[in-house]
Design a protein around this ligand. Structure first.
Ligand code: GDP
Ligand code: IMO
Ligand code: MG
Length: 450
């Protein structure tokens, strides 16, 4: 069967872009199916660094189609900037990129609303969004009345639609939030002109990607699904309300792309060898100390999209085990292992203590997660550099021990290890042969009556 998924199992920035680039050669189509220009995926090759937000990371390779599906919220200005950046650096996009006519379009009112509403959570506090209009655009998609899709940009009534929505949005933005700055006023005529120009620029890329992908899988094409964000930012299953507005865990692949889950053969869960998070919300293993500083500086943990410093902490196996199960993960890719070099000892969170109880199930309520005190396993660190290691056998014994502990605690084998940002700085291990997890092999069914 033809599908592979790459899903971030933490709070995003797990180096999904690097992994997708590596796996692209084994696939015919690379598919972005959720999120929008909030994503920032980095690929480093031959001394060059590429940062992609909307266009699949597969675009840097030849002989592959790249598809942005209807599950993505599309900021046309960002997409055009990215296309132009690629073309100016010698990467041809023509004939390689398709964007769904079903994708919902991000408008200036979404960005204004994002800025207006972040900081106004009903329970107090701020999500710390990327300010790219993601939440408001998905809200209008679900609300329907004020939504405009990419296909609508080519209709004769576009101006009327924009005037209709802008009138509503101007009233909303004028109401503002308490203490907010002067409200933004949207000029429907200017926006219409601007979006007509965007539509013309994007016209060669717009298609019915659902039909295309269904034809591709049914014809035996090999699809690579590029997750955006991380499973803990999933709107339904993440650390709500400190999440993004799409299904960023594995559950979003089918709904976002239109390709049924039965076509997915391999699910790779991507983790950093430690934890990071940008924006608000609980991070139980956060290290606001010398360890956190080590991780931030060695890992260059500053946001790809916003430049914000990322919060850093130890690897959280309670969280990763939850998201590995949630996303149907077969195997793990452990990235940025090199960043841990130079720490005397390493810690992995194997359980939480909540109100005096030991808990291994990831809490569904944010209030419980906020009170969770990590219980750690302590492992020895290593001092050498890993940047030049290409074989598992050449890793220090402590690094192999650390990977073994992650596999045991998360409950999935580690098949890929990354020791630097470059494509080449990767160790591929033997892949698991069976999809049936080992702990299920000889157990009776736990379902009553089955
Ligand atoms: P994504 O959003 O999941 O694609 O990840 P980002 O690109 O936002 O962040 C990952 C960062 O780590 C990027 O700057 C990568 O170049 C870098 N990176 C990827 N793999 C490694 C690695 O193994 N070691 C180090 N030190 N950096 C890495
Ligand atoms: P990639 O694909 C890390 C975070 C934001 C904020 C929350 C909601 O590069 O891993 P949003 O703008 O989506 O409404 O913000 O989600 N966030 C990410 N954090 N990596 C990302 O993407 C993210 N996309 C959104 O920082 O906390
Ligand atoms: Mg990123």
């Amino acid at each position: 069967m033809p599908g592979t998924c790459v899903i971030g199992l933490q709070w995003g920035d797990e180096a999904k872009g690097k992994l997708v680039d590596i796996l692209t050669g084994e696939h015919d189509v690379v598919v972005r199916y959720a999120g929008g220009a909030n994503a920032g995926h980095t690929v480093v090759s031959g001394g060059q660094t590429w940062k992609l937000s909307l266009i699949p990371s597969g675009i840097l390779r030849d002989g592959v189609q790249c598809v942005v599906t209807g599950g993505v919220v599309l900021d046309p200005a960002s997409a055009i900037r990215e296309i132009e950046m690629l073309e100016s650096r010698g990467v041809s996009v023509a004939g390689k990129l398709q964007i769904s006519d079903r994708a919902h379009v991000v408008f200036p009112w979404h960005i204004a609303e994002d800025k207006l509403l972040d900081g106004s959570l009903s329970g107090g506090g701020a999500i710390g969004t990327t300010g790219r209009g993601i939440g408001p655009c998905y809200r209008d998609k679900v609300g329907r009345a004020l939504a405009i899709r990419l296909g609508d940009l080519y209709r004769d009534d576009l101006r009327l639609r924009i005037e209709h929505v802008a009138a509503f949005k101007n009233r909303l933005l004028a109401a503002g939030a308490p203490g907010s700055e002067q409200p933004v006023t949207l000029d429907a005529g200017v926006i219409h002109e601007q979006y007509l120009a965007y539509a013309e620029r994007l016209r060669p890329f717009v298609s019915d990607t659902t039909a295309y992908l269904l034809d591709a899988v049914e014809g035996g094409g090999r699809l690579l699904f590029e997750g955006a964000q991380g499973a803990l930012l999933d709107i339904d299953h993440g650390t709500f309300p400190y999440v993004t507005s799409s299904n960023s865990s594995g559950v979003g692949v089918a709904s976002g792309s239109g390709v049924p889950g039965r076509w997915v053969e391999r699910v790779i869960g991507v983790v950093k060898a430690y934890s990071t998070r940008v924006g608000g919300g609980p991070l139980p293993t956060e290290q606001d100390n010398a360890v956190g500083l080590h991780l931030r500086e060695r890992g260059r943990e500053y946001g790809t999209v916003t430049g914000r410093p990322r919060r850093c902490g130890w690897f959280d196996a309670v969280a990763a085990r939850y998201t590995a199960r949630l996303s149907g993960v077969d195997e793990l890719a452990v990235m940025l292992l090199d960043v841990l070099g130079g720490l005397d000892e390493l810690k992995i969170c194997s359980a939480y203590e909540i109100d005096g109880r030991r808990v291994t199930q990831f809490p569904s309520q944010i209030a419980d997660l906020e009170r969770a005190v990590p219980i750690y396993e302590t492992l020895p660190g290593w001092s050498g550099e890993l940047a030049d290691v290409r074989r598992e056998a050449d890793l220090p014994a402590e690094a192999r021990g650390y990977l073994g502990a992650i596999a045991d605690l998360v409950g999935r084998p580690v098949s890929i290890v990354s020791v630097g940002p470059d494509r080449e700085q990767t160790i591929l291990r033997a892949r698991p042969t069976s999809r049936r997890p080992p702990w299920q092999a000889s157990q009776p069914s736990p379902v009553a009556g089955a």
